[in-house]
Design a protein around this ligand. Structure first.
Ligand code: ME8
Length: 656
């Protein structure tokens, strides 16, 4: 039977639109699938949307939509995004699909029949953010360790999965299988969770009196299934269930998650699989967080990076390359556009781009853009060829073992060595001296090595890889691996047919020019001069702006201007620039006002601030949400800031 590779991303919550963190995990799954295809395997991955539970109900209510309508909309955003980011070979699974719901019920019944589910009363600390109960020991200073909020003490009768029965076995399994959870630090963390003895049985139901948006328990209609028990089973339902052919073919597979969801994958899921009598997954691959200015990027903090905006600004391949090169899998990484530009300029424009552009241009001049036949090799040729073959081998091994940054570095050492080979062999000199035999060998060595580099790039930069291969006269597509098995490329040199026509030039990765920061003194002098030079024009402009018709005080008084305190702020789900503010105007009550502040303020930073607003503007709907007034802002130098009372004022106070 052919080798089959199956990996999953997390099944993302659809309480807000996808961001860079989701895009990264999904790109990693896509590139691992591509690597395995490049090794001749059948491979695909599963991603999807996690659509049940409290979090979703709350988000839908906030958006004044029924849950199903709300999840349909956001799930579609995820489904639309992946092809735009060059992601393919996946199945998109939704936890609200009838096939998934049926499978969850079948498997719940199986676990129930096996005696692993019991009914009992329980008091626990419930965190709505995590949608789970915490034991006393798990809390940190009485707070949820993830959200740092105080959980609610809830007592209710519920169904429990006998997870504690499996904990000693899980611990032993993780202890004995060193790369079951990788990198190592997360294996230790998982063992730590099991050592601490803080874990108990898992509450797997929610009474319908509290939550109806979930999969009904097959053995009690008054309860729905806990969202994690439901979502984890997607990894199996997406294969059609344990009896399906795809399950026989692809299971056990691999999982890919960030460190936030280590526990459900390292502890709950193995226990569930064991109870259902199904084989354990092969590996749990855990990556760190993308940080923005040292803070975890997340929907709730409002500091998210939009992957499509990055694609549009830098190109999808360059964006993907930066993410894979920058994050050392397992550790956190900071997302920073300046660093991205530096990386693109150094690695893609200077090293790779330059190699292709100079070699193709020389070959066009010396051999009319056909691949020359190589002659006898000199030691320096053998040396660069051997270096290339071992770089390719390292690249494949490191990449398979989720060391993406290290794999790319190994490949780039070879790219840089090829540039040095150009410098030391100086084809232009050989051409000048009419040493055409030697020139043919040097150019052939270069072109054949460049082809191998371009093949390796296919998992990370599919479009760029295809373009470079096409420039080298190869047929290539982003959908089909460029060679049947990359390992054949590692074992021998060559692979490029002499005599074929290739491109005359290449300019795939032009340098990104950034406006240089001026030294401070020079800037001050320049600003002063500019200020002076533009004074006249500015005066005219100011006068022009001031030429709105005068109004009398009575007209001004028709504007109902008030002070209020922001009590809640969140991003508009359908408009990137807009924040949705809930503002308390004291005796006038609370009002929802929408404002274009998202680029200037993190939502959380606004809560508690007093603002000035006009309340008797005609209410209007902005992308589906009502705005009942307008907060006052000042705009200067393309930045927007809020107007606030100089001293704390009472909510509802008149502004005059
Ligand atoms: O946890 N950096 O869904 P979720 C890197 N529905 N990756 C990030 C990230 C960041 N700042 N933020 C999010 C859930 N991610 C559950 C999963 S699985 C059966 C159920 C990525 O929408 C990363 O992959 O909160 C993380 O594990 C996942 O999104 C969490 O997605």
């Amino acid at each position: 039977m052919e080798n089959a590779f199956y990996i999953t991303t997390p099944i993302y919550y659809v309480n807000a639109k996808p961001h860079l963190g989701h895009a990264y995990s999904t790109m990693v799954a896509d590139s691992l699938v591509r690597l395995h295809q490049l090794m001749g395997e059948t491979a695909f991955f599963v991603t999807g949307s996690d659509e049940h539970g409290d979090k979703i109900v709350q988000a839908a209510a906030k958006n004044q939509q029924p849950p199903q309508e709300f999840v349909d909309g956001i799930s579609q955003c995820f489904q639309d995004l992946w092809p735009k980011l060059g992601i393919q070979n996946y199945r998109f699974a939704r936890t609200t699909s009838p096939t998934h719901q049926k499978l969850v019920q079948d498997l719940l019944q199986k676990v129930y029949d096996a005696g692993d589910i019991y009914f009992g009363e329980f008091s626990g600390h419930y965190c709505y953010g995590c949608e789970r109960f915490y034991t006393d020991k798990e809390l940190e200073n009485g707070l949820c360790p993830q959200h740092l909020t105080k959980p609610e003490l809830i007592t209710e009768r519920n169904y429990f999965f006998k997870m504690s029965k499996y904990l000693p076995w899980i611990k032993e399994y993780i202890t004995e299988h060193h790369d079951f959870i990788r990198p190592e630090r997360y294996r230790s963390e998982a063992l730590g969770m099991l050592e601490a003895g803080a874990l108990d049985d898992l509450c797997i139901s929610r009474p319908k009196s509290r939550l109806t948006w979930g999969i009904e328990l097959p053995f009690d209609r008054n309860y729905v299934c806990y969202v994690w028990f439901d979502a984890l089973l997607t990894y199996i339902s997406a294969l059609g269930g344990p009896e399906a052919q795809d399950f026989q073919r692809y299971w056990p597979g691999e999982h890919l998650v960030a460190k936030d969801i280590l526990k459900p994958h390292a502890v709950f899921w193995p226990a569930m699989l064991k109870s259902m009598g199904l084989p354990l997954y092969k590996h749990l691959n855990v990556h760190g967080y993308w940080l923005v200015r040292d803070t975890k990027m997340s929907k709730s903090l409002g500091n998210i990076v939009d992957p499509l905006a990055m694609k549009e600004q830098f190109g999808n391949d360059a964006f993907r390359y930066y993410l894979f090169r920058e994050m050392h899998f397992g550790s956190d990484a900071s997302f920073n556009q300046e660093a991205m530009i530096k990386r693109i300029n150094a690695d893609l424009a200077n090293d790779l781009g330059n190699l292709f552009s100079r070699v193709l241009a020389m070959n066009a001049k010396y051999f009319a853009a056909t691949v020359p036949s190589p002659n006898a090799k000199l030691p320096q040729d053998t040396q660069i060829i051997d270096l290339g073959l071992s770089a390719l081998d390292n690249f494949v091994q490191l990449f398979r073992h989720i060391k993406f940054a290290e794999a790319l570095e190994a490949l780039w050492q070879f790219v840089r060595a090829l540039n040095k080979y150009v410098d030391s062999e100086a084809p232009w000199e050989l051409y000048k001296q009419k040493e055409l035999e030697r020139l043919s060998t040097v150019m052939y060595v270069l072109l054949a090595c460049m082809r191998k580099v371009a093949i390796c790039l296919w998992p990370v930069m599919p479009h760029a890889s295809c373009t470079l291969l096409q420039q080298l006269g190869q047929t290539a597509s982003t959908n089909t691996p460029p060679v049947p098995d990359i390992r054949a490329e590692i074992s021998c040199f060559g692979g490029l047919q002499a005599g074929i026509q290739i491109a005359k030039q290449s300019n795939l990765f032009p340098r990104i020019e950034v406006a240089k920061k001026e030294p401070r003194e020079a800037k001050v002098a320049k600003d002063t001069k500019e200020a002076k030079d533009t004074k006249d024009t500015k005066d005219t402009k100011d006068t022009k702006e001031a030429t709105l018709p005068n109004i009398d005080i009575e007209t001004f008084k028709t504007a109902d201007l008030r002070v209020g305190t922001i009590i809640e702020a969140s991003k508009h789900p359908n408009a990137d620039k807009i924040l949705v503010l809930q503002i308390d105007f004291g005796p006038l009550g609370q009002k929802q006002i929408l404002s274009g502040l998202a680029n200037y303020y993190a939502p959380d930073a606004l809560v508690g601030r007093q603002v000035c607003a006009i309340l008797n503007l005609k209410p209007r709907k902005i992308r589906g949400l009502m705005s009942n007034g307008m907060v006052l802002t000042a705009e200067s130098n393309n930045k927007v800031c809020l107007l606030m009372p100089e001293k704390p004022s009472s909510n509802g106070a008149h502004i005059a």
